[in-house]
Design a protein around this ligand. Structure first.
Ligand code: SF4
Length: 381
């Protein structure tokens, strides 16, 4: 018999509620929480090693005065520009993003959407009707991502309604739920059989539901988290994991490799690894592109083939740009997805810049190749 969800993961929004912080830390960090939202829960706080000030899970959830720095932009990839209907982003031909929620099971301090948790946010709407109408009117959209915020922070009833509406649109083949709840609060899944029944009901042999998990560090893969993953899989969901590469969290090939391997053991293929967007207040999490590539490759070298499937990408304003390789003097990129269809799979070589944190920091393309067909591109690097 499961206890109530709130017993296991009690939400906290004030620094005074965190026993692991000293009076001084609470006083100093209050300036940060006045600027950027703070939320955590007792389950996740219980995973932190409070004797280690550099504990990676602490770094994920506990504010830091480094967030007060001026580096970066609140909307670093200009997502707002692709909002085509209230709560609906449409950047890539086949993909629609429904921003269904402006809350998460905790607020990651490195979040690139922290603007959504600010009082002036207007990008997330409660009424997804206009977004659904937009999707209906655009038959090229064959996959829809429910995100925000965290899709699993919606009630099961509301999720059921949204997924049901999407299922009634014939051209929507794939529905994805973006969530860090299996890491932040696995009891959201474990204690709600209704959620699992609902996912199962909407899963068809020819149309699965994808749950895009967000584990950043292997220590988040607790027995409870693994139980939640197993239940989602038993309900028919396809699970994949996405994570940014974060300084002080997973910027060590041994840690990242362990994360990839353990995810693969649980049947969760590592999907995208993101170079952190230059988001305001996130400088202390940023890893330069070329260093990130080296870490990523060393991590992959420790993995079995199934754990090696991740791609290292930047979600740039112009598209999803994969970092595909580097030599001592050059770094190679390819548009994995592009806002302009003509650039899709374009291959680019730039002079190396070890200080580059983002695509915009590269100048002087030494090679720029747009393939006629995807097949041609594979011979270019
Ligand atoms: S779970 Fe995702 S959306 Fe929510 S705070 Fe973390 S990074 Fe941001």
């Amino acid at each position: 018999m499961h206890r109530l969800v709130f017993d296991k993961a009690r939400y906290v929004t004030r620094l005074e509620q965190i026993e692991g912080l000293s009076e001084h830390e609470r006083a100093v960090l209050s300036e940060v929480t006045e600027r950027y939202a703070f939320r955590a829960n007792s389950y996740y706080l219980g995973l932190i090693d409070w004797s280690d000030p550099a504990d990676p899970l602490r770094r994920i959830i506990i504010p830091s005065t480094e967030e007060l720095g001026d580096w970066g932009h609140l909307d670093a990839s200009n997502e707002h520009a692709f909002t085509k209907a209230p709560g609906l982003e449409h950047k890539y031909e086949y993909t629609g993003l429904l921003l269904v929620n402006d809350r998460c099971g905790g607020y990651c301090r490195f979040c690139f959407r922290k603007r959504l948790f600010m009082p002036e946010n207007t990008e997330v709407v409660r009424d997804v009707g206009p977004g659904i109408e937009y999707i209906k009117a655009h038959p090229k959209i064959n996959n829809v991502l429910l995100t925000g915020g965290d899709a699993l922070l919606l009630s099961t009833k509301r999720l059921d309604r949204i997924i049901g509406e999407l299922r009634s649109i014939d051209h929507v083949q794939i529905i994805r739920l973006g969530t860090k709840m299996p890491a932040f609060n696995p009891f959201r899944v474990i204690d709600d059989p209704g959620l699992l029944e609902m996912l199962q009901r909407h899963t068809r042999d020819d149309r699965k539901i994808y749950v895009m998990t967000h584990f950043n560090h292997p220590r988040e893969l607790t027995p409870e988290a693994l139980e939640a993953i197993g239940l989602l899989q038993q309900a028919g969901a396809m699970t994949n994991n996405q994570t940014p590469l974060l300084r002080g969290v997973n910027d060590d090939p041994a840690v990242l490799g362990e994360l990839f391997n353990r995810l693969s053991y649980a049947g969760v293929p590592p999907y995208y690894v993101f170079i952190g967007r230059p988001t305001k207040g996130n400088h202390h999490f940023a890893v330069p592109v070329e260093e990130a590539f080296d870490i990523f490759e060393s991590a992959r070298a420790r993995c079995s083939g199934l754990a090696m499937r991740a791609r290292l990408v930047m979600s740039h304003t112009s598209g999803k740009i994969e970092v595909v390789g580097r030599t001592r003097t050059q770094t190679f990129f390819r548009y994995h997805r592009s806002a302009e269809p003509a650039k899709k799979l374009r291959f680019m070589a730039f002079e190396s810049n070890p200080r580059a944190f983002w695509f915009d920091d590269y100048h002087g393309a030494v090679r720029d190749f747009v393939p006629d067909t995807p097949a041609e591109s594979f011979g270019t690097n």
